[in-house]
Write a protein that binds this ligand. Structure first.
Ligand code: ZN
Ligand code: ZN
Length: 169
């Protein structure tokens, strides 16, 4: 996603950009929409511009418990600073980007890529109360029930009663 200096000079006020989801190439991230919406606002600063990105990320995730896909829309607000002061722009600091006067445009795709990659949750659950899959028969317990639970607990009970007997001997 490129911003032109000419646009920044005029100032952007919630200008809507569409980002091609495939172009982001984020490992482990799948989206349920072909494009991501990003509203861009810019304000002048003595050494450059302050940029606010309001990004809608249409994640499609796979539930860790039931292995079903689910949609997870996430809003990200990213605040960046473009500066012509080389000393301020640290290479490791992705929020502060060096934007010398000689550049006519700036590509924000790498920064957006990093923020989205960080927003992927470690624990992916379709719902907090997801019942997951039955370890016995593999049925999705959110959709139906099975008799494995009863069988498993009765066999567990048998195991325990055997232990009791062993101890008694
Ligand atoms: Zn689930
Ligand atoms: Zn089962």
């Amino acid at each position: 996603m490129k911003l032109f200096r000419s646009e920044l000079l005029q100032g952007l006020n919630h200008r809507l950009f569409e980002i091609d989801a495939d172009s982001l190439q984020i490992e482990d991230a799948v989206f349920h929409s072909p494009s991501l919406k990003c509203a861009v606002t810019s304000t002048d600063q003595p050494d450059g511009y302050k940029i606010t990105l309001e990004l809608e990320v249409p994640f499609r995730l796979t539930c860790d418990r039931c292995l079903e896909m689910f949609e997870w829309d996430r809003s990200l607000k990213i605040e960046l600073r473009l500066t012509d002061n080389e000393l301020l722009a640290e290479p490791n600091e992705s929020d502060i980007i060096f934007f010398p006067d000689s550049l006519l445009e700036i590509n924000l795709a790498p920064v957006i890529h990093d923020y989205i990659a960080l927003a992927i949750p470690v624990k992916k659950l379709c719902s907090e109360s997801c019942q997951g899959l039955c370890p016995g028969c593999g049925i999705n317990k959110n959709r139906g029930s099975c008799s494995c639970h009863l069988e498993r607990s009765s066999s567990l009970f048998e195991e325990l009663s055997k232990l009791d007997l062993d101890e008694a001997e």
